[in-house]
Design a protein around this ligand. Sequence first.
Ligand code: PFF
Length: 439
Amino acid sequence: MSRANWGSRLGFILAASGSAVGLGAIWKFPYVAGKNGGGVFLLAYLACVFTVGIALLLAEMVIGRAANRSATTAFRDLKGGLWPWAGRLSVLCIFIVMAYYSVVGGWVIAYIGKSITGEALGQDTKALGAAFTHFIADPASSLFYTALFLGVTVAVVLGGVQKGIERMSKVLMPALFLLMLVLIARSLTLPGALEGVRYFLTPDFSKLTSAMVVDALGLAFFSLSLGMGIIISYGSYVEKETNLAGATLWISILATLASVLAGFMVLPAVFAFGVDPAAGPGLTFITMPAIFAQMPFGQAWAIAFFLLLLFAALTSSVSIVEPIVSYFIDEFGWKRQSAAYITTVAVFIASIPAALSFGPMAKSKLFGRTAFDLMDYATSNIMMPAGGILVAVFAGWIIWPRIHSELLSNGGGHWIPAFRGICAIVAPIMIGVIWVHNL
Ligand code: PFF
């Protein structure tokens, strides 16, 4: 069977970075860093990305390209036995991720609307916070916007990812970075902003806890789209000549840069406006509008910001839905269209408890967490690390000769032993220890 390929190496890097750079970097990173003490979290995060993260990113890409199939089929073709279950686990994981990702994607769409009417903007962060809390608590609008975000995602998936997303990424990703730079300039020049910069850059090691390191590792996995077979399926579309190691480096750098820039955009403003940095998921939606209100043409900036955030979220959500759809196509021979519609309806049903977690179901908790938090926690902090260990062991031990020859065919490099060491030993131990310690 002949399979689609990316149009170019750049297109592949942008599409994979598009999957990486999304709500994780811009919405999640600042509030998780804010909650975990700032600087020390940044350090832990960078350490996770540039050791285990980068190695697993490469491992997933190589597995995908070697098998030329998406996760479940790749595990079966390369090894068989129980390994395809690692692929099924990843499909389950991204299904859950999509259920709560859509809720936040819905908030972004709503905030585009609220920026157009001007309702989103304001100087008073208390009032903005109250408006945000009020908005996400409303069941009807939460469900409506969640469905809308899912609908847009599936429209893109149906319309063909490659051309649409690849082409759009080339324009909109650079636009997103540029806009962030402008907003950082505004955020940093607010009175009192330096306190936030200090918070973000000065590590306070007394805040170092195992729970924080689990958060850092989980967020690194989430931001790099790791441990869920996504990069395996993206890797399966890569040409044999493409140097995967170089692409990996680029993707990790772009994804990290986006997170760090988002930190510089949000945290200084948090301090300037006296918002609690541990305020949680609402942080971006409260501080950014306060920044816009302090800028000339603030409303236009607000619209641009939420539009680009929506785009960043879409390039990610498409990468989440696509492997679910292709799982049903590859494994059960479903038609693309029916697979896409059935997936969407199922994700929507799963997203209902997440969408209601801030309103009618705020008090329904399991393990002390709302449905939204539980979905986030179970995927980022449990399933993704588990997927990561499986990929590391698979690449570092089970099919190492195959991985090795795939890397050599791109010219190899002195880093190969280090890469194997991380996959075979460091990653499983590090993830395992952090994980067990936290449980
Ligand atoms: N990496 C994306 C982000 O940071 O927003 C989110 C994501 C994409 C998570 C793909 C999981 C995934 F499989």
